[in-house]
Ligand binder design. Structure first.
Ligand SMILES: [Zn+2]
Length: 377
């Protein structure tokens, strides 16, 4: 099982310069290869002849001597990344690969471990061609390091992400099943099979930071292009963006990990975000809360820890159906927070009712495991 561990790097000034140069070389090779592939493609189309073989990163070295200084595995990985981008394009799951830009693209390079060229020693991580770099190892791991990806944020902070091969952890089944309704009133309302409901408040990180972001954005646009003040303002804005993103990810990671720790079966709704995105007034708050990222995290953590994640069918009417009698009471507008079932008279909190309905799906999908009596038909 491969697992990633990400750490903050503290390179010396010289090391930082080398890392930036290597990131630049990897981007350069990526763009060069892409350019040549496009040219080869057009040439073959024009001449009707067979396609030329695309060049390798090494073949550029005589032409561009600065490439020889860089970690050659970083260049090889740039080619692999491009190959993967083309594979996704041909599989129809992604658009045609685009050129990487210094400003807009993720600044990173990946390199591989060859017999200890990447290793941790005395509180430092060794990277090929760089040597030992100070880093904050906030958590330790067992296993063999396969590769390292060095990345730099827009504010010039470096991170290293180590991909580690690990033995499978002993599988520990979790005690509960849970239905999770994602909402706007709360981030999530969860009801488990012990009928314990928990409402997770919405993290308003972005909203709170929004005014500050807006101010920083405005300050930036007022500065003269190319001036030092503009650069300072740009850095400030990037810092605020990073902070908001980090806090959101922190929130989502902690919550998804806890859910996976506590529950063997997790049912979550999937379509609603897109539906609601069509409503412009709501779009902003949905963008804030990061449901897509949350479901992605639940998905891979469920896989990692041997849990079952059930994504409810898009047409599953979790908010319409009465969880007490099963009667479909029809569409409920978003501002209807509570309602009484016309058939059985049960009084419902909209989100709790939805989470209960989602919880029922846990048993429909896992044969041989019944619901507790209170929930039975
Ligand atoms: Zn009812």
């Amino acid at each position: 099982m491969l697992k990633g561990y990400k750490y903050r790097l503290h390179p010396t000034a010289a090391q930082a310069e080398f890392l930036v140069r290597t990131i630049g070389c990897a981007r350069f090779i990526y763009n060069k290869l892409l350019e040549d592939r496009i040219a080869i493609h057009e040439e073959a189309k024009a001449s009707g002849g067979p396609r030329q073989k695309p060049p390798t990163p090494a073949s550029y070295k005589p032409l561009f001597p600065f490439l020889a200084e860089a970690d050659s595995l970083a260049l090889a990985n740039a080619k692999l990344h491009l190959d993967a981008a083309f594979a996704r394009f041909f599989a129809g799951t992604a658009a045609f690969p685009v050129f990487k830009s210094r400003r807009k693209s993720r600044a990173s390079y990946t390199t591989n471990n060859q017999h200890g060229t990447i290793r941790i020693e005395a509180g430092k991580v060794r990277l090929p061609k760089v040597g030992f770099v100070r880093f904050t190892q906030h958590r330790i791991f067992d296993g063999e390091i396969r590769s390292a990806t060095v990345s730099m944020t827009k504010t010039g902070t470096f991170f290293v992400s180590l991909l580690v091969e690990q033995g499978d952890e002993p599988w520990v089944p979790a005690e509960h099943k849970v239905g999770i309704d994602l909402g706007l009133e709360h981030f999530a309302v969860m009801t488990n099979d012990a009928l314990v409901t928990e409402k997770i408040a919405n993290p308003r990180h972005l909203r709170q930071g929004e005014a500050r972001l807006k101010r920083a954005q405005r300050a930036l646009s007022r500065k003269k292009p190319g001036s030092r003040n503009r650069e300072k303002a740009r850095l400030l804005l990037a810092k605020k963006h990073e902070k908001v993103r980090n806090r959101r990810h922190d929130f989502l990671h902690k919550l998804s990990r806890r859910i996976v720790d506590e529950n063997q079966v997790v049912v979550v709704e999937t379509l609603k975000p897109r539906e609601m995105m069509q409503d412009r007034r709501l779009a902003k708050s949905i963008g804030d809360v990061g449901w897509g990222e949350f479901v992605r995290q639940l998905e891979y953590k469920a896989r990692l820890y041997g849990r079952t994640l059930i994504k409810a069918d898009p047409w599953f009417a979790s908010t319409q159906v009465c969880s007490a009698c099963g009667e479909n009471g029809g569409r409920k507008e978003l501002d209807v927070r509570e309602w009484t079932c016309g058939a059985c008279g049960a009084y419902h909190d909209r989100d709790v009712n939805a989470s209960l309905n989602l919880l029922r799906l846990a048993d429909r999908n896992i044969p041989g495991q019944g619901l507790p009596d209170e929930l039975g038909p």
